[in-house]
Write a protein that binds this ligand. Structure first.
Ligand SMILES: Nc1ncnc2c1ncn2[C@@H]1O[C@H](COP(=O)(O)OP(=O)(O)OP(=O)(O)O)[C@@H](O)[C@H]1O
Ligand SMILES: [Mg+2]
Length: 170
């Protein structure tokens, strides 16, 4: 394994490890506070962005709780999309901005990862890596749809229905 791939594998494992720390900190073990979870992942990514000091990563989340079955895939998807944005959207090193947002839109939960960079097409072979393949597979696993919008940068939008039993917790 090349050093970069090794680092990526570690990042993916770290995302899961962070979830477990949060799981045991949370009061009910059956649901996850997504605002805190996504913030943890972004904090970890910021540490890895040091080579891109002019790329800002912002995380904005509504107070959403998800089942563990949905929280894990959502965290992994966010990790892949935000890593890609930081890595490819600003080949000149920025300045640039990546915004991770989680909100509830009527009966759907929406995660978006938006950057104001060069755009997916300009980034080259758009969809051949492990990251986007994994993100699409995980989106399907939670019954969601992953769409992309390339209007002045790149915006990935994941839309899914939160598991029923948690609705009373909101
Ligand atoms: N936000 C983005 N801006 C510009 N190009 C992007 C962006 N996200 C993805 N891309 C392009 O899409 C390609 C595929 O991304 P994907 O995550 O599937 O693979 P990868 O990042 O190259 O490899 P891996 O995820 O396995 O580390 C990237 O190589 C890059 O060219
Ligand atoms: Mg990737």
């Amino acid at each position: 394994m090349r050093p970069l791939e090794f680092e990526k594998a570690i990042r993916r494992i770290h995302t899961l490890a962070e979830l477990h720390v949060r799981l045991y900190r949370d009061v009910g073990f059956d649901s996850i506070d997504m605002a805190a979870y996504l913030k943890d992942i972004c904090d970890g990514l910021r540490g890895a962005i040091l080579s891109q000091p002019r790329v800002e990563l912002e995380c904005i989340s509504s107070p959403v709780r998800l089942s563990v079955d949905q929280a894990v895939p959502v965290g992994l998807i966010m990790n892949e999309l935000a890593t890609n944005a930081v890595k490819y959207a600003f080949p000149g090193g920025g300045p640039g901005k990546v915004v991770v947002r989680l909100e509830v839109d009527q009966d759907h939960t929406v995660l978006s990862v938006t950057d104001n960079g060069i755009g997916l097409e300009a980034g080259g072979k758009a969809s051949s890596g492990i990251g986007l393949t994994m993100a699409k597979g995980l989106a399907g696993q939670i019954g969601g749809m992953l769409a992309v919008n390339c209007d002045g940068g790149t915006s990935f939008i994941l839309k899914f229905k939160a598991d029923r039993q948690l609705e009373s917790l909101r």
